[in-house]
Design a protein around this ligand. Structure first.
Ligand code: UDP
Length: 329
């Protein structure tokens, strides 16, 4: 029997909700498992919803038994660098312990395919080093460290139980569903693009640029931005990769092009035709100077080609979504 249920942890969050839409379009049934701490009930539009904590093994066992998922897509995590610097314990407990419980429940249920949401924050700061999947991982904060630990965990359970995993190390995710059914909305918001759009729209006073004294051409941090729809397309491809028996693999997901914070501000001004109110603040602890993917593995082996990941398209889609005002209570 073809089992089409996919358990999507964090399916009520920004990336998870887009993944659910992509999974449904590809013929799967995404089953969202989310505690709604940072996710939104309104974002669960493409399949069943099961509320629960990753730390609740009995609840996970019941969900695995009910849906018999063919694979897990694991997005649920705390993911803010600033918060991770202030409260590392929450990151280790929630991300690492929660993932361990999930992996154990999954293996016990006989579900041995995992697509995992990891991050370029596992690399840390590398001067003039091309960041590919073999770059040594030296995270600067508990967020990156927790994700690296989960990667290790997946490899260990691969050796012990035959768990197969596709690990995606994301660079900076931006944009929104072009049909604006789902999009990016965090409370509190900490990410550059939505903060900027809220400032443009008068919903906050100004964006603060975190540091202008980095060793970059304009002094602000450089990131590699990838459209959320391209990112989740890769996840569906990763799932098929596992279902085709191609085994465990790690892929960077980035475009290879870097944009400074000031360049993102300038592009947002151009796309929205509005002034971007901003001021200059100190560096944010835990930020790397430059994170740009130097890998072509996802393109070469997975056949992944980003289609909407130009900065203009990402801001246009995010702006369209922003103007719908969804999830705002
Ligand atoms: N950033 C900023 N002001 C903000 C939020 C972010 O200058 O209010 C910068 C941040 O220092 C980084 C980039 O924007 O260089 C992207 O940050 P974000 O928090 O969106 O993603 P991260 O890089 O932490 O995954």
């Amino acid at each position: 029997m073809f089992v089409s249920n996919i358990l999507v942890t964090g399916g009520a969050g920004y990336i998870g909700s887009h993944a659910c839409k992509a999974l449904k379009a590809a013929g799967y049934t995404p089953v969202t498992f989310d505690n709604l701490v940072t996710g939104w009930r309104d974002a669960v539009k493409f399949g069943p919803f099961e509320e629960g904590e990753l730390s609740d093994r009995a609840r996970l066992d019941a969900v695995f038994a009910q849906y018999q998922p063919a694979a897990v897509m694991h997005f649920a995590a705390l993911s803010q660098v600033g918060e991770a610097m202030r409260e590392p314990g929450r990151y280790w407990r929630n991300n690492v312990e929660g993932s361990l419980t999930l992996i154990e429940a999954s293996v016990a249920a006989g579900c041995k395919r995992f697509v995992f949401s990891s991050t370029c924050a596992t690399y840390g700061d590398h001067d003039n080093v091309v960041l590919d999947e073999d770059t040594v991982q030296l995270p600067l904060n508990a967020y990156g460290a927790s994700k690296r630990a989960i990667e290790d965990m997946l490899r260990d359970f691969g050796a012990s139980d035959g768990l197969e995993s596709v690990i995606f190390r994301y660079f900076n995710v931006a944009g929104a569903d072009p049909e604006a059914e789902v999009g990016e909305f965090h409370r509190p918001e900490t990410h550059l693009v939505p903060l900027m759009l809220e400032a443009i729209d008068g919903k906050r006073d100004a964006l603060t640029v975190f540091g202008t004294d980095y060793d970059t051409p304009d002094g602000t941090c450089i990131r590699d931005y990838v459209h959320v729809c391209d990112l989740v397309d890769a996840h569906v491809m990763g799932l098929k990769w596992l279902q085709d028996g191609r085994g465990s693999e790690v892929f960077n997901l980035g475009t290879g092009s870097g944009f400074s914070v000031m360049e993102v501000i300038e592009q947002s001004r151009a796309v929205t035709n509005r002034v971007v109110p901003y001021d200059i603040g100190p560096r944010r602890a835990g930020d790397a100077t430059k994170l740009v993917s130097g890998s072509t593995r996802a393109a070469r082996d997975l056949g992944w080609t980003p289609k909407r990941s130009t900065m203009t398209q990402m801001i246009e889609d995010a702006w369209r979504w922003h103007k719908t005002g969804q999830y705002e209570k």
